[in-house]
Design a protein around this ligand. Structure first.
Ligand SMILES: [Zn+2]
Length: 619
């Protein structure tokens, strides 16, 4: 099978590289050489040097991305650049002019080779950031490596000047020199996050002749053999599902941190995942949630890194890049991450159903589902995708995208007598778009579904993807012999107020008031500091207990501080605060319902899955 790395390999050879024993050797023909030096750890400054040969024109522009693939919001990494300067081959300074927020123009003055140097302040540690400390150096190239405008497709080398005894984890191609790496172009260079530290631990396994590396930075209560074996199970499942890999090697870059944290970012042949607190890895639920992040990020190697929205081919790092397909890229990766967990036996039936019904609860509670379609939530990710924007006004392209993926999967199975599924759609997108490096559009995604099924899905996409119709869970779940019920959650009060809040026992702030809820009708507002309910002191820890003393229809006085003024609001409590969705199997499934259920979940209708029985180490 043609893989991306194979394509890269051919380009490398053309560029004068020789591929031998998996090592690539820089050649004299490469004209772009990056180097990263580490400043004093407490300065958090990387020193970046880029040497450019084969100069053309009177000036050269150098630009830093305004965003990074994986997070569709402007981050303006150029804000962290200090002391940008340029020199010719005799180290004489060259004039530098900044021409916009992220672009530096260097006047060439007939130099044959020029060198730019700058410092990058790297003091944020999450999966997509860059960080320099005494313990480690971690960087995402999209944060700190400038590109030469007009020369992004040329091969490059990267030298990392790390201290003696430190080790490197990266998806970049290695050379015989342990500090020197190569990439066929800028896009690959910056799609390979890199961890460097003296304490890196690396494990590996091979599947279908592809080596996988599990790199861990940080201590943790993880069981080493189990962790690697479980990741291998997920890898095997997803590789088999998609029928091959778009990479020649793959690297899991894990940061296990002491504080509560969960963040993952996908890349071409790697992913970066930060998870904590690291002393919880021996707890089943925590460990399971960690594996589900692994399953999600790994699926991205196909879905978004290879099956790529047309707008991302190539990436334009200078500004927002609009696509209607983030619900496919993120929502379907979320759905397939959960399916992988189910089908490999890490998640049991109850947890899988609870995961679905929990997302249904969230979406049905969110007034934004009537305001913004899934496609527009994708399009406006740059504006509102990460919690900014007005309250109750949008949906998550992750969770609604996953639910629409679920409904789509069940609908495809129903209409084809379970001969086809969303799996077939993903595989066809991989071969027809991904491997051919052809970008995908929203129309083409719908056409791909319709091609697999042989019938129109116009109504489905009009209502659920482009429109704001409520999802018909009942009709679609029934295809698999399931129905949605509303159950009473004894932990919650029946009386419904309709606020979100956060804080502690000292001070609790209302963070959201649901549109048209009892709290909204009474005039409560986001930002109000909650003091009392019916004169009893209320805070984060006791709101539910106070409401449990009330009944639906009761009028209560909610007392708050609003801009330092003490205010009372009369709230007529609603009902249903204790209702939650639950998914149940029906009593008398048809043969088709049973068949769909079994091939979709990997379970037998009656009992536990074969997979669960073999996964005896999973509690
Ligand atoms: Zn994702």
């Amino acid at each position: 099978m043609r893989t991306l790395r194979f394509l890269f390999g051919r380009r490398l050879e053309r560029a004068g590289f020789t591929l031998a024993l998996g090592l690539t050797w820089p050649s004299a023909q490469v004209a772009l050489h990056y180097q990263i030096d580490f400043g004093p750890p407490h300065s958090h400054l990387f020193e970046v040097t880029l040497t450019v040969e084969k100069l053309r024109g009177a000036f050269v522009d150098f630009a830093l991305p305004a965003w990074r693939p994986g997070r569709y919001v402007i981050q303006n990494f150029a804000a962290n650049v200090l002391h940008f300067s340029a020199f010719d081959e005799t180290s004489s300074p060259l004039p530098v002019e900044k021409i916009d927020k992220q672009t530096w123009r260097v006047t060439r003055n007939k130099a044959k080779t020029l060198r730019v140097q700058y410092q990058y302040y790297a003091n944020v540690l999450d999966a997509g950031s860059s960080f320099l400390s005494e313990e480690e150096a971690f960087f995402n190239g999209s944060n700190l490596l400038v590109y030469v405008v007009g020369r992004r497709t040329e091969p490059v080398t990267l030298r990392i000047q790390y201290p003696e005894g430190w080790r490197v984890a990266t998806g970049l191609a290695r050379t015989a020199d342990p500090r020197l790496f190569t990439a066929p172009d800028y896009d690959v260079l910056v799609d390979c996050p890199t961890m460097v530290s003296p304490t890196l631990t690396t494990f590996s396994f091979t599947y279908r002749n592809v080596p996988y590396f599990v790199h861990i930075q940080g201590e943790g209560q993880y069981h080493r053999d189990r962790l690697v074996a479980d990741i291998e199970k997920i890898v095997r499942y997803e590789v088999d599902l998609m029928g091959g890999t778009p990479f020649r090697d793959y690297h899991f870059l894990f940061h296990f941190v002491p504080h509560p944290f969960s963040h993952g970012v996908e890349h071409l042949n790697s992913c970066s995942i930060m998870r904590g607190p690291a002393d919880k890895f021996d707890e089943d639920e925590f460990y399971r949630s960690f594996l589900s992040v692994v399953a999600h990020e790994f699926f991205h190697a196909w879905n978004v890194k290879t099956i790529r929205p047309a707008a991302f081919l190539p990436y334009d790092y200078r500004h927002e890049v609009y696509t209607r397909l983030l619900w496919v890229s993120e929502g379907l990766s979320t759905y397939y991450g959960a399916l992988a967990m189910k089908r490999t036996g890490f998640t049991d039936r109850r947890r899988f159903f609870d995961w679905i019904s929990g997302m249904i609860d969230g979406l049905q509670m969110n007034p934004g589902r009537k305001v913004t379609s899934l496609e527009m939530a994708s399009w406006d990710a740059w504006l509102t995708g990460y919690g900014s924007g007005p309250p109750n006004a949008t949906v998550s392209f992750y969770s609604k995208g996953a639910l629409v993926g679920l409904l789509l999967d069940l609908e495809i199975r129903q209409r084809t007598g379970n001969d086809r599924s969303l799996d077939d759609v993903m595989r066809s997108l991989y071969t027809e778009y991904g491997l051919k490096r052809k970008g995908l559009t929203a129309v083409e995604f719908q056409r791909a579904v319709e091609r697999i099924v042989g019938r129109s899905f116009e109504e489905f996409f009009r209502n659920y993807v482009r429109g704001t119709e409520d999802l018909d869970y009942d009709a679609h779940l029934l295809h698999a012999g399931l129905r949605l019920r509303r159950e009473v959650d004894d932990n919650k009060p029946a009386a419904f107020l309709g606020i979100g809040y956060s804080g502690n026992e000292q001070e609790t702030t209302i963070t959201n008031v649901l549109t048209d809820s009892p709290a909204y009708r009474a005039g409560l507002d986001k930002g109000d500091i909650l003091l009392a309910i019916d004169r009893e002191r209320a805070h984060q820890g006791n709101i539910l207990e106070l409401l449990k003393k009330k009944s639906p229809g009761d009028t209560v006085v909610v007392t708050v501080f609003r801009r330092n003024q003490l205010r009372d609001f009369q709230v007529v409590l609603g009902s249903g605060g204790n209702l939650k969705y639950a998914i149940k199997q029906i009593d008398q499934p048809t043969p088709l319902q049973k068949k769909i259920f079994e091939s979709w979940t990997g379970d037998s209708w009656e009992g536990t899955s074969k997979k669960e029985q073999t996964a005896g180490d999973e509690k």
